[in-house]
Design a protein around this ligand. Sequence first.
Ligand SMILES: [Zn+2]
Ligand SMILES: [Zn+2]
Length: 247
Amino acid sequence: MPGAGRRNPDWEWDEIVLACDLVAQNGWRALPAENAQVIELSELLQRMTVHPLEARRPDFRNPNGVGRKTADIATHHPQYSGRPTHGNVLDEQVMGRFLTEPDMMHAMAASIRASVADGEPHDFPRGAGYDGESEIEGRYMLRWHAYRERNPTLRRRKINSVLSGGGSLSCEVCSFDFAQAYGERGRGYIECHHVEPLHLGGEGPRTIRDLALLCSNCHRMIHTRPPWPTPAELREIIRRQAEGQAN
Ligand SMILES: [Zn+2]
Ligand SMILES: [Zn+2]
């Protein structure tokens, strides 16, 4: 049996956010394996691509495991009077966020669920994030950044303003145009990037001027590791690189 005999991989940040959201909505009480929401979360976690299939045991994130995780989280709540079960530092960090910023964290859980449903990659590269932040903080910020960049109203307004100005939906850094490269399949596709530096718990982009339209490569390259270059700085990196190769 593949992977038998080994432990399942540790829970990742995004997975803990989903479990914590369930526990928070249940009044910080654990949920049993038979609970419909636990079963649903178990299926969702198995669909996520955070952990490669080779690393999973047959009981990976099954309802029993998910139920146990909700107990680990619930018994670490500051108001829990009994003896805490297993748990780790990451659980406590995520719970700490839920206690101080419940609305934001609930929105984050919804965003993770939506990205799994859309089949989007939701595992960010290691080390991605903000300069000077810990990895966990970096991943938290990157997730939050991605959530705000998906603001559909602002995105629509940005795209409409470019089109009504006679422009095309091409990357502001490298001019890549999805419709030109992929035809009908690429029509209307572009990614929105929030240019302003973000602060923990700060507002999302407020105007379309804060947004840049980017191709997936340039967007990914900006977020690959801190500090994040601006689109203009990334354009300069590409220019210098091309110059170096021409010499
Ligand atoms: Zn580009
Ligand atoms: Zn971005």
